[in-house]
Ligand binder design. Structure first.
Ligand SMILES: [Zn+2]
Length: 493
């Protein structure tokens, strides 16, 4: 009897193995067909600062903020759980553009010199080294110098802050001039970043449209002394308006401005016949808090989903996956390996902590990447599984940061740990550390592995920068103008 059972089980195992082998072969086959079809396509990476996915129509938002981004999404894939590694620009950008966690790429704001870790390389640097005509265009002052891209060998153009029209025009001109070469183009829009003062008609386009029924009035701050929570920042406030819905409508208006620019870009790509061999990827560096967790119209101070969830849309030519939604949790550090995969660039000798998303796009089920990690300046950390999130606040380390906002943050985080059930507590309001002991301990253990690596790296980072690498043009020094702009956004002086 036992022997018969054993033979039966053996047969079942063999059948499962054959089925698995069949599906793996199909996926690998598709992948090879894809590579053959799209021999080294071009890539356009679009980044929109402070853009929340849930304020895009293609992610389910009720306002028509994004008709053009929606059309891009319809021709490609949407990732619904893409997580940034930091909720503020410098740290997020230096992470996704080097495919490394914040502790690894190091942008040291406490020193005069800002530099990238010697182990990492930027995506534009790699693409140019591999024969791609490469260019970066931005109207965000922070992308160049602090991250070091302005001194990188890539063609880097930074224009006046918040000039989306001109940014698009410059990018289109470059596209027309380089359409016959293989290229990587990165366009970074200041985008939906505060302040929220879109020009007409965008300023009024969504106001009083009845979407938000409950009106809420919040006091306007007079400065950092008032705190950063529970107030409308004074640099956002207009005409003493305290209605939260007013500012949300303005934020949405800013999204629509950029969406129109994306429309122009998509039109031109088609017109000059680049759409058949150009992959377009759209991301944001982080989200924006619009009142959730008592933080109004700001980012950088917590790790809740409104700040760490970002849009990620990928459209590639000859697509086998049109209008596809992928719910697997992925990280922004996966974008660089995905692009290098698309460009057919060998990655064996490139230090990267992310992994290519091409298998997902080509049909593979969510694989073993169980966790996403985000952090704020080595002081607040979070681990996120698909269902749960654990946040840890290192109060001692937070105290050492030389920023006037720190006392407010110490007040805000009364506990050391915060555990949330993301499926049943969408707004992350019930801390479960006392209800879910086993889960808490498991996630804590995993998060500690990340924190230990970060601590080890912090010690490594204190060693002198290798001079040959500085010569290799990956170091940046903010000039006085950039320093002033950074100061105004709350970065260390
Ligand atoms: Zn940003």
């Amino acid at each position: 009897m036992k022997r018969r059972m054993f033979i039966k089980n053996q047969i079942i195992v063999k059948i499962i193995l054959i089925i698995s082998l069949f599906f793996s072969t199909v996926i690998v086959g598709h992948y090879l067909i894809y590579l053959k079809k799209s021999k080294q396509p071009n890539v356009i990476l679009i980044t929109i600062d402070s853009l929340r996915p849930d304020h895009l129509s293609c992610y389910g938002y009720k306002r028509n903020t994004s008709p053009n981004i929606d059309s891009l999404a319809k021709e490609g894939v949407i990732f619904t759980h893409a997580i940034t590694q930091a909720p503020f620009t410098v740290s997020s950008v230096s992470s996704f553009i080097t495919s490394s966690y914040p502790y690894m790429n190091l942008v040291n704001l406490e020193q005069k010199e800002v530099y990238l870790n010697t182990k990492v390389s930027t995506l534009p640097f790699i693409s140019e080294r591999n024969g791609y005509k490469t260019a970066v265009f931005t109207d965000h002052f922070i992308i160049g110098q602090p991250v070091g891209l302005n001194t990188d060998s890539a063609n880097f153009t930074q224009i006046k802050k918040n000039s989306p029209d001109r940014l698009t025009q410059l990018s289109l001109k470059w596209l027309r001039e380089n359409k016959n070469r293989k290229f990587f183009l990165w366009i970074y829009y200041y985008g939906a970043h505060y302040d929220y003062k879109p020009s007409l008609p965008y300023s009024d386009i969504f106001f009083n449209d009845g979407l938000f029924k409950i009106h809420k009035n919040i006091p306007i701050s007079t400065g950092i002394a008032d705190g950063i929570f529970g107030v409308i920042p004074k640099n956002i406030a207009e005409n003493n308006i305290t209605d939260v819905n007013y500012y949300i409508a303005r934020y949405d208006g800013k999204i629509r401005i950029i969406d129109d620019q994306i429309g122009l870009l998509l039109q031109e790509v088609k017109k000059i016949d680049l759409d058949k061999n150009t992959v377009i990827i759209l991301i944001a560096d982080h989200g924006e808090s619009l009142g959730e967790h008592n933080l109004y119209f700001n980012h950088g101070y917590d790790l809740y989903d409104e700040l760490i969830k970002v849009p990620l849309i990928i459209r590639y030519p000859n697509s086998m996956s049109k209008n596809k939604i992928i719910d697997c949790q992925v990280q922004l550090i996966d974008v660089m390996p995905t692009i290098l995969d698309i460009l057919n660039i060998k990655t064996k000798n490139i230090y990267m902590q992310g992994r290519s998303l091409m298998p997902y796009i080509l049909g593979e089920k969510c694989y073993t990447q169980k966790y996403a990690f985000s952090e704020i300046a080595g002081s607040i950390f979070c681990i996120r599984s698909e269902n749960y999130k654990l946040i840890y606040v290192d109060r001692e380390s937070l105290t050492k940061i030389p920023l006037p906002q720190i006392p407010h943050l110490l007040n805000y985080y009364s506990d050391e740990y915060y555990l949330y059930d993301l499926k049943n507590d969408h707004f992350e309001t019930h801390n479960l550390i006392y209800n879910e002991n086993i889960l808490f301990e498991n996630l804590k253990q995993e998060l500690n592995k990340y924190i230990n690596k970060a601590k080890y790296q912090a010690l490594e980072n204190k060693k002198p920068v290798q001079k040959h690498y500085i010569k290799d043009k990956t170091i940046g020094y903010p000039n006085e103008e950039t320093k002033e702009e950074m100061k105004s956004l709350g970065y260390a002086q």
